[in-house]
Write a protein that binds this ligand. Structure first.
Ligand code: HEC
Ligand code: HEC
Length: 259
């Protein structure tokens, strides 16, 4: 009996290994490298440990069709499905021959989010050519004919970010919904509202002098992004109401624990 069981385990493992290897082969070596880079915060050890943030592409982008097969997470960036067909990124700032060289815009994220290069110092084509090619090969392999999500890139200036923050901060919100959204979107970097990770501790131990002003700053940061690694959340990813729910949750955390 035991022999039969271990034999069937062997057969199952053999089949699993075969399926795995044929899938990897179907992907092609270049695309397979792209897939591995996509999930690796060290970029296969090529990023210096002195500057690595610990973030990988997969922390902020899906490599599958999120609308068709949602996994519950809310990622700051859009899915990589359809990237090769977009032809330009960053609201047209990356286009032409630079588009493929910058891995469809991923070259910006590679420097800014994986290595904390300041946005005004980022060179989106500084990513090694071999890595940009591998990522694009992977994006092509996972996309096929799927054009991916349709979205309009909103590039908000500072005034627009402040206006958005002010508008959202006075909207009524639901703290319980906010907590659920926080779990799906923010814990990658903020383990809880009161614990720091890659992101800072949001809710401190002292009440700020003007809590309404703090809430405006929070809403502005979520919609518009922060000064370093805090990504912006476009309105097709988090609606104004979603952000209102989140800041209501954060405010409740602050008011119930700080003095
Ligand atoms: C901290 C979050 C974060 C990380 C990490 C990150 N990105 Fe991004 N990325 C964004 C945001 C936010 C945008 C702008 C919104 C969008 O276009 O999806 C963006 C934009 C992009 C775009 C352009 C999409 C478009 O058509 O406008 C590509 C391509 C991309 N990222 C690829 C990558 C790759 C490849 C990596 C890893 C090297 C990576 N990103 C890492 C957040 C991130
Ligand atoms: C990729 C990592 C990352 C993700 C994901 C992220 N944050 Fe942040 N967040 C940061 C970092 C780093 C800072 C501080 C530096 C900065 O502004 O960039 C920050 C700052 C903030 C601040 C500003 C706090 C203050 O006192 O001004 C708020 C509010 C905030 N994050 C909320 C959120 C919420 C809500 C989410 C989810 C919707 C989220 N963050 C997702 C990294 C992240």
């Amino acid at each position: 009996m035991r022999k039969v069981v271990s034999l069937s385990i062997c057969v199952i493992m053999l089949i699993a290994a075969l399926v795995y290897f044929t899938q990897a082969q179907q992907l092609g070596d270049k695309a397979q490298l792209g897939r591995e880079l996509f999930h690796d915060p060290t970029f296969k050890g090529t990023i210096s440990p002195k500057v690595a943030t610990g973030l990988s592409c997969a922390d902020c982008h899906a490599d599958f069709d999120e609308a068709a097969k949602p996994d519950g997470l809310i990622r700051a960036g859009h899915s990589m499905i359809g990237v090769p067909q977009r032809g330009s990124a960053k609201g047209g700032m990356i286009s032409g021959a630079n588009f493929a060289r910058a891995a469809g815009g991923g070259g910006f994220c590679y420097e800014h989010f994986l290595q904390k290069v300041r946005p005004d110092k980022v060179n989106p084509t500084a990513i090694p050519a071999e890595h940009a090619e591998a990522l694009m090969a992977y994006f092509e392999a996972i996309s096929g004919d799927n054009k991916g999500p349709e979205f309009k890139m909103e590039m908000l200036d500072d005034d627009a970010k402040t206006a958005a923050g002010e508008k959202i901060a006075v909207m009524p919100g639901d703290a319980e919904k906010g907590w659920k959204l926080f779990g799906r979107a923010c814990v990658v970097c903020h383990p809880t509202a009161k614990k720091s990770g890659i992101g800072i501790r949001i809710v401190g131990t002292r009440l700020p002098r003007d809590i309404d002003k703090t809430v405006v700053r929070w809403a502005k940061t979520i919609r518009g992004g922060g000064s370093t690694l805090m990504p912006f959340y476009a309105s097709d990813i988090l609606s104004d109401q979603d952000i209102a729910d989140i800041v209501t949750f954060l405010r409740e955390q602050l008011e119930s624990s700080a003095r």
